[in-house]
Design a protein around this ligand. Structure first.
Ligand code: UD2
Ligand code: MN
Length: 637
């Protein structure tokens, strides 16, 4: 009875059911077409016209006038469509008061400034698959017609990199897999914590910024990324406003947070951080490209130890042709003295011995600062970035010191690779007045809070004439933070994390080096320019190029340059911790390597000569201290 009733009612409503089924089918097909790509990614399909073939670039539809940055409606909250965002909003701390979140619309991007005229460019160069795989794309700008040459030059000047070529390569390119053999098997995405990715930018070129976001989309296991937060730190370029919102609408995980005024990179990152919800935070500069498999190795150590901070291997994207040079596998990040600048070295013998295989992560005393993953737990414990720091510089050194001193460590899983454009200069320097002074003040804050009695090794602290370059401001809160979380002293850091350091004036042997045959003269590095030759010079007692330190690794260093034996002579080279040409023995006044001794010859040039013990081979230093037992020397390996 019941079934008969059902059947008759179905017959009556047949038309309605049929229509519903058809509509459903059309809807599902449409959704599948627009939202799934072939690989079953849960991220939306990217329009076909964004594939890295030449044709797509002219196919991008740009219709109607784009609104100018600033005309768009600005709201103080996210669209309610985003689940859970309300909670995040409520958690936002004070500095979020400087932020606005812009609703997305569907306006296409306006033509970019300095965009190449592809009809012209295509006739002159083969631009098909330009830059594909991460390859370089070179063009000779002399062959361009004058108006294109003008764009080429303007774009370079404004971005401190070759934006014109970057635009030809386009907003999306495939990248080869540069990882060492064994990397793919070593890491799995199962059981890893999710990360929020924070990318701060100020006046970044359209193509570099978008290529980064596309590379994240293309080369990341989707479920590992909770959200990607783009923080616009007060850009003034129109296309980074509404057109960027429109473009990013295709990535549901991308959120744009805009500072209403320039905050400087540390505060901007903190602002972005206040919008994150994942247990791990990953920071990237706005001109990076992520290689396949980059994220798992960064997250893996954090899953079991919340105090590990990981940084990828940073490969250099050439600012002229955008070729990504995959660098040596193992580089170690350090902080240089007396400048407190960041630098790279090869791994010292101690680290080489600790690592049991070539795939094992390498530990660094310091990190470059732009690209790293950290657990929310440790980031909070460390007090995040110092809110007293402005614009640019120093924050990476502060992070590095406190990560180690407060119980954690910095390591680079060498299977994680990310490209980064190293600019010819910082393009926002013009935009952010006082960037240079700010960097020095930031350094001074690091020195005051973290370096204890090692302060004196920072150049601007030591030299009274540069007092105005040492303006830490009020650091009391940061000092209290350090006490509260009971971080170790700086001497511990030097002894255990960075014992190979060359602190000017603190070497195993240190001071001026005089030669027995020329008692009024001092050994002088003469120049810090690489390849320069040391010479004998009147002693001036001012340190600088006449202050030499023998490190615990047995290098002889002045002004951050190592005395090196090259082609039978002596020159200065960037210290690297691994080259045997930089290693010396100092014994019985002779500075020697096997049977060759540092010698002043008849024409008073500093050369290498066979050791005989004659006066012109006898050298004396002013100071001597015991060796650090934590250093492993090349000879001891
Ligand atoms: C390095 C780091 C960078 C940062 C800096 C020291 C790498 C590869 N890069 O210099 O992340 O640690 O050393 O401070 O490790 N930005 C803002 N607001 C500003 C200034 C900059 O958002 O006021 C952005 C900028 O758009 C970029 C990022 O911050 O995405 C870093 O600036 P950079 O690329 O000029 O720094 P870089 O790579 O020379
Ligand atoms: Mn950068």
């Amino acid at each position: 009875m019941f079934i008969l009733k059902m059947l008759s009612s179905f017959r009556r409503r047949r038309g309605v059911y049929f229509l519903t089924v058809v509509l459903l089918w059309v809807g599902v097909t449409y959704l599948m077409w627009t939202h799934l790509d072939g690989e079953g990614s849960s991220w939306p399909r990217i329009r076909g016209d964004f594939f890295p073939r030449e044709e797509y670039r002219i196919a991008t539809g740009r219709v109607g006038p784009a609104k100018r940055h600033g005309d768009n409606k600005v709201h103080k909250a996210y669209s309610s469509k985003k689940a859970g965002v309300g909670d995040v909003e409520r958690n936002v701390k004070d500095d979020a008061g400087n932020a606005t979140v812009v609703f997305r619309g569907d306006l296409p991007p306006e033509p970019m400034p300095n965009e190449p005229d592809f009809d012209v460019v295509r006739q002159l160069f083969n631009i098909t698959n330009a830059g594909d795989g991460g390859k370089a794309f070179k063009i000779d700008p002399q062959r361009l017609p004058p108006e294109e040459q003008m764009k080429y030059e303007t774009a370079f000047r404004k971005n401190a990199m070759n934006e014109y070529v970057s635009n030809i390569i386009g907003v999306r390119r495939r990248l080869r897999d540069p990882r060492l053999e064994g990397c793919a098997e070593r890491y799995s995405s199962a059981g890893l914590p999710q990360t929020s990715i924070i990318i701060c930018f100020v006046n970044e070129a359209w193509s570099t910024l978008l290529r980064l976001v596309h590379s994240i989309h293309d080369n990341t296991t989707p479920h590992l990324v909770k959200e990607v937060i783009l923080v616009d730190d007060g850009s003034s370029w129109d296309f980074l406003g509404r057109p960027l919102d429109v473009y990013m609408a295709r990535f549901p995980k991308v959120q744009i947070v805009r500072a209403t005024k320039g905050l400087g990179l540390m505060v901007a990152r903190t602002l972005g951080y206040n919008y994150t919800t994942a247990p791990v935070i990953t920071f990237l500069d706005s001109h990076c490209e992520c290689f396949p498999g980059w994220l798992e190795p960064l997250l893996t150590p954090l899953a079991t130890d919340p105090k590990v901070v990981t940084t990828p291997c940073i490969d250099s994207i050439d600012r002229n042709d955008f070729g990504i040079g995959v660098g040596p596998d193992v580089l170690v990040g350090v902080v240089e003295f007396p400048t407190l600048q960041f630098g790279w070295r090869l791994q010292p013998p101690r680290e080489k011995k600790r690592r049991k295989s070539k795939l094992e992560p390498v530990r660094s005393p310091a990190m470059a600062g732009g690209l790293f993953s950290i657990t929310r737990e440790y980031f909070d414990l460390l007090g995040g970035f110092d809110p007293g720091m402005k614009i640019w510089g120093g924050e990476n050194i502060e992070m590095s010191f406190k990560i180690w001193m407060c119980g954690g460590r910095i390591e680079t899983p060498i299977c994680s690779r990310v490209g980064h454009v190293f600019h010819s200069h910082s393009s926002y320097r013009g935009l952010r007045e006082g960037a240079f002074v700010a960097g020095e003040a930031n350094n001074a804050r690091v020195v005051e809070v973290w370096m204890d009695d090692y302060k004196k090794y920072y150049g601007h602290y030591r030299r009274p004439m540069s007092k105005k370059r040492y303006q830490p401001g009020d650091v009391s809160e940061r000092v209290m933070l350090r006490e509260r979380i009971r971080c170790k002293p700086f001497s511990w850091y030097i002894q255990n994390v960075y014992p190979e350091v060359a602190l000017p004036g603190d070497g195993v042997y240190s001071g001026e080096i005089r030669n027995e045959a020329f008692p009024k003269k001092c050994l002088d590095m003469m120049t810090s320019k690489e390849g320069g030759h040391p010479a004998m010079f009147d002693c001036h007692g001012q340190g600088g190029t006449q202050l030499f330190d023998m490190t615990d690794l047995d290098e002889i260093v002045s002004l951050n340059r190592c005395l090196a034996r090259v082609h039978g002579g002596v020159s200065n080279y960037k210290s690297n911790w691994a080259s045997r040409d930089h290693i010396w023995e100092y014994k019985d006044k002779l500075i020697r390597r096997h049977n060759n001794c540092l010698t002043v010859n008849a024409t008073q040039h500093v050369v290498m000569g066979e050791c005989s013990g004659k006066k012109s081979q006898q050298w004396t230093w002013n100071y001597h201290r015991p060796r650090r037992k934590t250093v492993l020397r090349i000879e001891e390996m």
